[in-house]
Design a protein around this ligand. Sequence first.
Ligand code: HEC
Length: 107
Amino acid sequence: MKKSLATVTLLAVGAFAVSAQADTEGKMDAKAEFQKHCAVCHPDGGNVINKAKPLNKEALKTNGIKSWKDIVANMRNPGPGMTKFDKKEISDKEAKAIAEYVLKTFK
Ligand code: HEC
């Protein structure tokens, strides 16, 4: 009895946390996440620290980044000058959403 109550509470808290991050379409707001975590150094998909490594498709391809998985890997283990984002900072789900946003936004 006690255990199932705790489960319900957890589920409710979880659902609340998800809806708090969701935009009107019920999806995670990847754009806002990007603005919050990445835009300081990558405004409009650029790169203020290393101009040779912006986030447009051509540059990513040149540097061996082809899918959202490669972008997430880069967030977990970045090159020199970039902040490292672990799972506590950005969850796998958020990381994937941000990566897909990068791929579809910066051409
Ligand atoms: C403190 C500044 C900074 C922040 C914040 C930052 N980056 Fe970077 N990023 C860099 C630098 C510098 C590089 C180039 C690193 C290198 O030499 O490999 C880079 C490289 C990249 C690359 C590879 C680009 C290429 O053309 O090879 C990707 C993808 C990337 N960042 C994504 C992100 C994402 C997504 C976020 C937010 C979650 C983020 N970055 C946040 C500074 C930053």
